[in-house]
Design a protein around this ligand. Structure first.
Ligand code: SF4
Length: 358
């Protein structure tokens, strides 16, 4: 059981972040923001995967105009991600953003950051102060000899002081580096000193493979220690993948439930059905399911019946066939080529029943 650290609660659109709110899943569009149609299509696709808050890059005036239209059609809260141009951040606050994300290392000093804070406050929207190892102030880098966890903390602590000076509390923080140990340590240090909600992530974590591994380790450590109120998995690839990985991390730690929880064995010399093919196909066919359900596909009678019995629906492989379990009971034997259809049919029925009884 994970004991989550208590943080202040803020609200991003209709999603609470911090306090007792569930850890939310975020992603970021990678379309050209000026292409309103493509950006909205991607946001809808992300929302279908379970993205709860989306961030959109707003690099120039044309993007601000597009942002206004994107925001009005988005099914989920939209945060404007602004670097360098504090006036654009202010324009996004006026354009109806559900939140702003700025980086204290590049928004242009204290006076300009304060102006952004005032714009957020008068717009009644929250801010994320995103400290990033790649863009720390020169004085901080010199003092710490590089982008260390303490350097990240110092940059965030400075921003905390500014927010408090402006009496602005609708703020969450992130302290990201591209390596796991620095990121984890920076968040630990911050959460010991402050109770602002934390957006956690390992930045620029790499391609689908390395990004998934780095993020799972980094976010997994933090979440297991109770740190983190909202997350973004960073992957060079389709942003939908970030959402899927984010959810899987939360599901693996028992922090959230969504859709099927798949159990399948790695197979070995005892396997006598195509576990990999069956598991892949079952997963594909149930990929749109949002009701939590445990689904097991196991290769033989060693661990198969045990796992299949514990699942809502499970199959334990035999020679060219499988023993089908539903909620702990053996239902019947099924021929191998019918396993996928049977498991999917039962899973959909159970999900519909669960949905009705909610
Ligand atoms: Fe091997 Fe059977 Fe275990 Fe699968 S369930 S890994 S086939 S022993």
């Amino acid at each position: 059981m994970i004991n989550r650290r208590k943080t202040r609660r803020i609200r991003v659109g209709n999603v609470y972040v911090g306090g007792r709110a569930p850890v939310s899943v975020q992603s970021m569009t990678n379309t050209d923001t000026r292409d309103v149609r493509a950006t909205i299509a991607q946001i809808r696709s992300l929302a279908r995967e379970g993205c709860e808050i989306v961030r959109v890059a707003v690099p120039d005036e044309a993007s601000v105009r597009a942002f206004r239209r994107i925001k009005s059609s988005s099914p989920i809260p939209v945060i404007a991600d602004v670097h360098f141009h504090y006036r654009i951040a202010i324009a996004c606050a006026k354009a109806g953003a559900d939140g702003l994300r700025i980086n204290p290392g590049n928004i242009g000093g204290e006076a300009r950051t304060l102006e952004v804070l005032r714009a957020a406050r008068s717009g009644g929207i929250p801010l994320r102060i995103g400290v990033n190892a790649g863009s720390l102030g020169k004085d901080i880098l010199d003092r710490h000899g590089g982008p260390t966890s303490k350097a990240l903390l110092e940059s965030a602590a400075r921003a905390v002081r500014l927010c408090e000076k402006a009496r602005f509390r609708q703020v969450k923080f992130s302290l990201k580096a591209s390596d796991v140990p620095t990121t984890v340590e920076a968040y630990r240090l911050f959460s010991k000193r402050f109770d602002y909600p934390l957006h956690i992530g390992v930045t620029e974590a790499g391609t689908v493979f390395s990004g998934t591994v780095k993020s799972s380790i980094g976010l997994g450590i933090l979440l297991a220690e109770g740190i983190g109120d909202t997350l973004r998995v960073s992957i060079t690839g389709p942003p939908e993948e970030e959402v899927r990985v984010g959810w899987q991390i939360l599901k693996s730690l028992g922090l959230r439930e969504r859709g099927p929880d798949f159990i399948s064995c790695p197979t070995c010399g005892r396997v006598s059905i195509d576990v990999a093919g069956i598991a892949r196909e079952v997963e594909r066919r149930l990929s749109r399911m949002t009701v939590p359900l445990k689904v097991a596909v196991m290769g033989c009678s060693v661990n198969g019946p045990g796992e299949a019995r514990e699942a809502d629906v499970g199959v334990a492989g035999g020679r060219g066939e499988g023993l089908l379990f539903v909620r702990g009971k053996v239902i019947k034997k099924v021929r191998e080529k019918e396993i996928v259809a049977e498991v999917v049919r039962i899973a959909l029925r159970l999900a519909a029943e669960k949905e009705r009884s909610r």
